[in-house]
Design a protein around this ligand. Structure first.
Ligand code: GDD
Ligand code: MN
Length: 367
């Protein structure tokens, strides 16, 4: 009976904490006003950074999509950093440039592939001195035409350091969007309170001045979320906007991609704060500290409670416990519910990611 009780307590904490956090955010914070200066007339020069590796399938439509932004072309510059793609990515970019002469687009060709982080760091050398915002993006993302215009408006407020978008999956046959609905609610609500520690690679805008002054976190596996968190840990707001939508196709092996993303997300929670402290730029803000603690717990510790709970139940069942069998059966039955299934899968990805991080940080990945 003791084991069953232990399992119930573990399950109670595992599901209870995120549920209470979600309900609190949704009811108390999601619909708050931003409380910042958002100005439509603020139109600074922006730099779009696009790292590519073997993106021949997407690159043309990606450049077209950037070109179609309702933002003045003379205020845009695009830096594509290609890491020795083996398909025709670089050639296609050159061809695209030759067909469009009214937009400033540079192609940087790295002779060897050292990974996305390395390419992104390289791109910063080509950001022009007039640039006020750098927007990082992916080759397979598609922005709504107003994404750039909407994002820049937030930067009219000097406290804003980073702005990320929500993601909508364009060919969602699974439950990717259910998972996203939950997360978008949490991220936007956290942003309304102060800042969110999770950011999206398809659209992540950062104030150029901060990049110049503080650089980016450069530990292996550092990625979109660690960039955003880093800005928040410098004492600036890093938010997910509620009016910028970006589409991304679901592609490649879902399992490997999810585990890799979870690996990078975990590394964000394990390394970014220490990194900022180590280089002496960390600026503590009370509200973000609280958000960081909860999210740290949800990513680093909480998934393991579920695993422990399952193990405890299996042991009880093997000792002949009928109650444990009923609890396990109920847990399995709930898998028919989409949101619950998406939640459980995400917990498994985080657990596998934690183990995988022990020997690889997945700095180079295949599609
Ligand atoms: N230059 C360069 N060099 N670009 C690269 C490299 C590289 O070695 N590896 C990947 N990229 C580029 C891709 O071409 C793409 O434009 C972008 O980085 C993101 O890679 P995807 O292959 O599309 O990965 P994803 O869909 O899982 O992306 C998500 O997870 C990544 C972290 O695991 C996004 O959120 C990314 O922004 C994030 O970095
Ligand atoms: Mn992608």
């Amino acid at each position: 009976m003791l084991l069953e009780l232990l399992a119930l307590v573990l399950a109670g904490i595992h599901f209870g904490v995120p549920l209470i956090y979600y309900l609190y955010l949704k009811s108390r914070c999601l619909n708050k006003s931003w409380n910042i200066k958002i100005e439509e007339i603020y139109k600074p020069k922006v730099t779009i950074v696009l790292p590519t590796y073997n993106e021949a399938e997407f690159i043309w439509q990606r450049l077209d999509n950037i070109y179609a932004q309702d933002y003045p072309k003379e205020l845009m510059e695009v830096v594509v950093v290609d890491s020795a793609s083996e398909d025709r990515t670089a050639d296609l970019v050159k061809k695209w440039i030759s067909e469009h002469n009214n937009i400033d687009l540079k192609l940087i060709e790295e002779p060897v592939r050292k990974g996305k982080l390395s390419a992104v760091l390289e791109s910063l050398k080509y950001v022009s001195s007039e640039s006020s915002i750098v927007i990082f993006t992916d080759a397979d993302a598609l922005w709504e035409p107003n994404a750039l215009r909407k994002a820049t408006m937030y930067f009219a407020d000097p406290t804003i350091g980073a702005v990320t978008s929500s993601i909508v999956y364009s060919n969602d046959k699974t439950f990717e969007n259910t998972y996203r609905d939950y997360y978008n609610t949490v991220r936007i609500a956290e942003s309304k309170i102060y800042s969110t520690p999770v950011h999206n690679g398809p659209f992540l805008a950062i104030r150029t001045e901060l990049l110049r002054k503080f650089g980016l976190p450069v530990f292996p596996g550092s990625d979109d979320s660690s960039f955003g968190s880093y800005i928040a840990l410098l004492g600036f707001r890093a938010i997910q906007a509620d009016d910028i939508a970006v589409k991304e196709p679901v592609r490649g092996s879902q399992f490997r991609r999810k585990v890799r993303r979870a690996q990078h997300l975990l590394l964000n929670f394990l390394k970014t704060k220490q990194y900022a402290k180590k280089i002496g730029v960390y600026e503590s803000t009370e509200t973000f500290e609280k958000i960081w603690k909860i999210e740290w717990w949800l990513h680093v510790v909480n998934p393991w409670l579920l695993i422990t709970c399952i193990i405890v139940l299996l042991i009880s069942v093997s000792c002949g416990s009928f109650a444990a069998l009923i609890i396990l059966g109920m847990g399995l039955m709930f898998l028919t519910l989409k949101t619950y299934r998406a939640w459980i899968l995400q917990q498994l990805y985080l657990v596998i990611a934690a183990v995988r991080n022990l020997w690889t940080k997945e700095t180079l990945w295949s599609k």
